[in-house]
Design a protein around this ligand. Structure first.
Ligand SMILES: NC(=O)c1ccc[n+]([C@@H]2O[C@H](COP(=O)([O-])OP(=O)(O)OC[C@H]3O[C@@H](n4cnc5c(N)ncnc54)[C@H](O)[C@@H]3O)[C@@H](O)[C@H]2O)c1
Length: 336
């Protein structure tokens, strides 16, 4: 292995460019190959962050030339690319979700269990410094046993209808991050009760999806998690979390775009709106996610979410999908 970890990046869209920038700026990684069928996009990333461009993702997975792979291509490509990395013994960090089809995820699971190389899944929110601190302090016992967890996640605005059409629905696409955070804090989930409405987004209505949902989860420990999601928020990207325990409460508030307050005839100490975009809100988290993956590849031990974490969050998403459509509580073991 060369001194810096040689990384192949697959996919150079929104999230691929974030990974490219982080790989280029991390002292312990080097971007050596960039694969995207959109040659212009791959070339642009190579110009800015290094490596060589190819249109063929599988050809980029050469064990002699790369030490690790980051998969940031569309969801339907993840299963094949993770499988190809396992076959070649190359560690891989794949974006979430693993796949929209639970059967395909299950089929890959046994191969991952037998794999000699690591598979990590990109649940970046675990690496947000504030969320990670709350988790550390919960684990340290600062608020006693965790009894309730409240997660609020509202996007600034709905995605295009074409995106909704292939997203797999709001629970598999958006709430999946919250399902992972729920497991991160309270462990395995046993019961899922979800409700959804379509109040404002024509794209969601067109594709029989929800734009407004609430989910209640019951963990094996008995802890209760409440998740509130909306596809829009008039005041920016609304990302809050509150952990309540027998000895206290730890919470993360929204991040303001500016730390300057204004007082005038109509406001007292008022702040401007919160950060608008997820790429900006979680910029630190994506960088720390890469650091954790490097530690996994280098030392074999790390805080990276595993394939099993990706699978388990998806089981909860399936249960939520079924619950919202059937109007009943769905146990996760029914889905498995
Ligand atoms: N963790 C997060 O916060 C987060 C945020 C956004 C997206 N994602 C996930 O990342 C993935 C990509 O999302 P995006 O928003 O960047 O999509 P995008 O459409 O912006 O970019 C995808 C890129 O992959 C390329 N591509 C398509 N097929 C390919 C293939 N076979 N091999 C290589 N490249 C290929 C496309 O040409 C495009 O450039 C999705 O699975 C999505 O769920 C995760």
């Amino acid at each position: 292995m060369s001194s810096a970890l040689r990384i192949a990046l697959i996919g150079t869209g929104r999230i691929g460019k974030v990974h490219a920038a982080n790989i280029a700026s991390c002292a312990d990684t080097e971007l050596v190959v960039v694969a995207d069928p959109m040659a212009e996009s791959a070339e642009d990333v190579v110009q800015r962050f290094g490596g060589r461009a190819t249109e063929d993702a599988l050809a980029a997975l050469d064990r002699d030339l790369v030490d690790a792979v980051v998969v940031a291509s569309p969801t339907p490509t993840h299963i094949e690319l993770i499988g190809a990395c396992i076959d070649r013994g190359i560690p891989v960090l794949s974006e979430k979700p693993i796949d929209l089809d639970m059967g395909r995820v299950e089929a890959l699971r046994s191969r991952v269990e037998r794999a000699v190389s690591a598979v990590a899944i990109g649940f970046n929110q675990r690496f947000d410094p504030a969320i990670a601190e709350v988790h550390r302090r919960v684990v340290a016992g600062e608020i006693g046993g965790i009894e309730q967890l409240a997660i609020t996640s509202r996007d600034p605005g709905p995605p295009p209808a074409a995106y909704i059409a292939i997203s797999g629905g709001i629970f598999r696409d958006m709430t999946i991050h919250d399902f992972d955070l729920a497991r991160f804090f309270v462990g395995e989930i046993e019961e899922v009760t979800a409700v959804g409405s379509c109040l404002f987004d024509a794209g969601a209505r067109e594709h029989d999806d929800f734009d407004t949902v609430a989910v209640t989860l019951k963990a094996r420990t008995g802890a209760i998690v409440t998740i509130t999601n909306s596809r829009h928020s008039s005041f920016g990207y609304d990302q809050r979390i509150e952990a309540f325990g027998s000895e206290g409460l730890l919470s993360v508030e929204n991040v303001p775009a500016s730390h300057v307050n204004v007082s005038n005839a109509t406001h007292s100490g008022a702040r401007g709106p919160v950060i608008e975009q997820f790429l900006e809100r979680y910029a630190n988290a994506y960088a720390r996610e890469l650091d954790a993956f490097v530690a996994l590849v280098r030392k074999g031990e790390s805080s990276s979410p595993t394939f099993n974490d990706g699978w388990a969050a998806q089981v909860v998403a399936e249960a939520a999908h079924q619950s919202a459509r059937s109007g009943r509580t769905v146990r996760t073991d029914e889905v498995i």
